[in-house]
Design a protein around this ligand. Structure first.
Ligand SMILES: *[C@@H]1O[C@H](CO)[C@@H](O)[C@H](O)[C@H]1NC(C)=O
Ligand SMILES: *[C@@H]1O[C@H](CO)[C@@H](O)[C@H](O)[C@H]1NC(C)=O
Ligand SMILES: *[C@@H]1O[C@H](CO)[C@@H](O)[C@H](O)[C@H]1NC(C)=O
Ligand SMILES: *[C@@H]1O[C@H](CO)[C@@H](O)[C@H](O)[C@H]1NC(C)=O
Ligand SMILES: *[C@@H]1O[C@H](CO)[C@@H](O)[C@H](O)[C@H]1NC(C)=O
Length: 416
């Protein structure tokens, strides 16, 4: 009697493990690449990084437009507007063709990715699906008075119950969707946005150092900003910034931005080291990421920092707040190799490298074993970085392992 129980609990534990490892199982870019009639739609999914967001989720339905239907959007609006329009086509529920025809009462409102962005006023991020007479299924905005202007045409692909891809014949347009103000207005005042978001110290440093101009110079190509909030600068772990040289302050601030558009969905699916604006021949200044649920954590090799709010997501610019100042090992590690600046001959930093360890609930990006014996002058930096990468990758597995061990323990105790 005991043995079957043990067995089934083990089976549960193993299937949990299997589930966790297949979360990112679909690749929407790949799915649509098999169908050239969606090439325009697919290209916009990549440009807006919606592809990453879609790949990071399961139990979704993507309504796709063929190149003809996409023509009313493609090239006619700013990328940020097209991103909103396409976000409204990502339904956060699984609808295969059968389910479309089995909607209770024949009509339903369903949430979309657009609703989760904070860009959708009221219920404008919801879509109305209605099973019409004669087997037709209509789609429209949930805004009252909206028509069901889009119709289901065919099924493209289903991976039950991860993702369903269905073709519709026209975009779903909610009121105001296409006339949203161009983001250039908001983007032109980055410091204003930062101040409003509680990042006055950071904004002040960007202006006084001149690094704001560096940020602005990359806007067209893409810009991602990780802005520490004012509390973060008061943290005990933050070294005395007045002891840094001007060049080091510049590197520190440049370390808080990327010359590319990486919204949250892209950070969630990221597996690589990310280069920052500070990355150059004199230092790697890169970051790694880890994810747990909807949370994204940035790792510098010294201490983790959590992504807090999205202040602005207007393709190709995204601004986040983070809860810790990002400390690059190049400046604050125990690597004695000096920073790229010419000045810092005398130990420039009050070496807070050991400080960050008490960061309470943060995932352990173990800086403690940053081997003092690793020898050559500039290699400690590299080793610190690769360790942080390992830490980032490993973050999700310990909890899973714990769960597994717990289940096995339960199984064993049940069988006794
Ligand atoms: C998703 O897809 C994978 C592989 O296709 C499958 O193993 C898994 O059960 C599916 N469901 C979820 C929720 O990941
Ligand atoms: C998804 O597929 C595309 C096209 O085959 C490929 O370029 C891309 O690297 C894939 N993405 C992931 C996350 O595997
Ligand atoms: C969906 O739209 C149709 C047509 O405008 C309307 O009759 C129906 O009540 C709407 N469904 C919901 C759930 O609001
Ligand atoms: C930027 O925004 C801030 C805060 O909203 C405002 O005080 C400031 O006047 C704005 N600056 C410009 C140049 O628009
Ligand atoms: C830095 O490294 C040196 C030697 O490698 C060691 O003696 C010292 O304790 C370290 N300092 C900190 C703050 O870790």
């Amino acid at each position: 009697m005991a043995a079957p129980q043990t067995f089934s609990l083990l089976a549960i534990a193993l299937s949990l493990l299997a589930l966790a490892s297949t979360v990112h199982s679909h690749n929407i870019t790949q799915i649509l690449a098999d169908n050239p009639e969606y090439s325009s739609f697919n290209s916009y999914l990549s440009q807006t990084k919606l592809a990453d967001e879609i790949n990071s989720r399961s139990t979704i339905t993507l309504l796709v437009l063929n190149n003809g239907a996409m023509a009313s959007l493609a090239g006619k609006h700013p990328l940020s507007v097209i991103k909103n329009a396409l976000s409204l086509l990502v339904l956060l529920d699984y609808y295969d063709p059968q389910k479309l025809h089995k909607i209770s009462d024949g009509t339903v409102l369903t949430t979309t990715l657009y609703q989760t962005t904070g860009n959708a006023p009221g219920n404008l991020g919801f879509v109305n699906i209605t099973d019409l007479k004669g087997g037709k299924v209509g789609f429209g905005s949930a805004a009252s008075g909206s028509k069901l202007d889009s119709s289901y045409t065919k099924s493209v692909k289903q991976i039950p119950y991860n993702i369903s891809v269905l073709e519709i014949d026209a975009p779903i347009i909610s009121p105001g969707l296409l006339t949203a103000p161009a983001p250039s207005a908001a983007v032109s005042n980055i410091t204003g946005l930062l101040e409003k978001a509680g990042c006055k110290t950071f904004a002040g440093l960007l202006v006084s150092s001149g690094v704001l101009k560096t940020y602005e110079s990359t806007i067209e190509k893409g810009l991602t900003v990780f802005a520490p909030n004012d509390e973060a600068f008061k943290d005990d772990d933050v070294p005395d910034l007045t002891k840094l040289t001007q060049a080091e302050v510049v590197s520190l601030l440049e370390y808080h931005a990327l010359a590319e558009y990486k919204p949250k969905g892209s950070l969630k699916t990221n597996k690589n080291k990310i280069s920052t604006l500070a990355t150059n021949g004199a230092g790697k200044y890169d970051l790694t990421t880890s994810t747990s649920g909807d949370e994204v954590v940035l790792h510098t090799g010294i201490a983790p920092s959590r992504l807090a709010d999205t202040v602005l997501d207007a393709t190709p610019v995204v601004i986040f707040t983070v809860d810790k100042v990002l400390l690059p090992p190049e400046l604050f590690g125990n690597a004695t190799s000096p920073a790229p600046a010419p000045a810092p001959v005398t130990a420039p930093t009050p070496s807070p490298a050991e400080g960050p360890s008490p960061t309470a609930a943060s995932p352990p990006a173990p800086p403690t074993d940053e081997s003092p014996e690793s020898s050559p002058s500039d290699s400690p930096v590299g080793s610190a970085n690769s360790k942080s990468a390992n830490a980032a990758v490993a973050v999700s597995s310990p909890s899973l392992f714990t769960a597994l061990v717990t289940l096995v323990a339960i199984a064993v105790s049940v069988s006794l």
